[in-house]
Design a binder for this molecule. Sequence first.
Ligand code: NAP
Length: 294
Amino acid sequence: MKIIDGKLLAQNLRAEIAAGVAKLKAEKGVTPGLAVILVGDNPASVSYVTAKEKACAEAGMYSREMRLPAETTEADLLAQVKALNDDPAIHGILVQLPLPKHISEKAVIDAIAPDKDVDGFTAVNVGRMMIGERCFLPCTPHGIIKLIEFSGMDLRGKHAVVIGRSNIVGKPVAALLARKETNATVTLCHTGTPDVAHFTRQADVVVVATGRPGTLTGDMIKPGAVVIDVGVNRIPDATKPKGFRLVGDADFESCSKVAAAITPVPGGVGPLTITMLLWNTLEAAAGGELRVIS
Ligand code: NAP
C-alpha cells in the first residue's frame, strides 16, 4: 500500500511554478499578483489567508492582502472587487469564504472578472469548465486529479466514484474526471444514494468529500483501489497541544489495508489546494500567451 504524498507533489509543482514565475518576469517583465480579500476575523479564514500569502512570496509572486472589518457592506466589498478588476498589478482575485451573513457570496464572487477568477468559482468559469473551454480549474478538484495521476493510476477507462456533490468539491471533481482527456466513467453518490458501498466496491478510484469521518471504510472498497480523502474534520483530542486532531472522511486504518494507494489527512489533498491557486495565478499573469507550466 502506498501513501500518496500530497506535500511532495505540492513541493514539486511549486518548484515548477516558481520557475514559471521567474521566466515570466525575465521574458515579459510581469510579476504575477494575487489579491486576497478577507472580511472579518474568522480564525480558520485568517490562517488560510496567511498560508496563501506565504506561498505567494515563496513562489516569487506579489500578494496584496485586504483585511476588511466584519461590518463591511456588500456595496463596499463590490466596489473593492471592481477596483481590483481594473488594477493591472493584480492578475488573480480571491475572496475568502465564508462571508458574513449580510453579504451575498454569489453577488461578490460573480463580480470578479472571469479572467482574474483564480479560484474558478464564478458562474462563467464553472460554465466554461462544463463545456470544455479554456478556464481556471477550481483548485481543490484540480489538485485531486493531480494526486490521482501522481499515484500512478491512468484514469482512462477506469470507474471513479465520488461521494459528495458540493459545488466546490464533489460536482467539479466528477466533471473533471469525466472530461474526454481524463476519460473515467463516473458515479456521483450523495445522501440520496441508498447503498453507497454498492458503488464504491466497483470503483477503481474513490474520492470521498462529505465532511463526515468514517464515510468510507475498508469493507466498502475493492482491493487495489485508489482512495482520495478530501475531508478535514477536527476530532477533540486532549493529548494534542491544540486539543484536537485532524481526520479525513475515510477510515484510514481499514481503508489502507485494502487500497493500493491512499491520501493521508493531513498531508494529502490540503497542500494541493494552495498550489493550484498559485498555478492559476501564474496562468492568469501569463495571459495564455506563454505556456509556462505543463
Ligand atoms: P459539503 O458542502 O458539506 O458537502 C458534503 C456533501 O457530502 C453533500 O453533497 C452531502 O450530500 C454529501 N454527504 C454527506 N454525508 C454523506 C454520506 N454519509 N453519504 C453520502 N454522501 C454524503 O462539504 P464540502 O465543502 O464538499 O467539503 C467536504 C469535506 O472536504 C469537508 O471535510 C471539508 O472540510 C473538506 N474540504 C477540504 C479541502 C482541502 O483543501 N483539503 C477543500 C474543500 C473541502 P447532500 O448533497 O445530499 O447533502
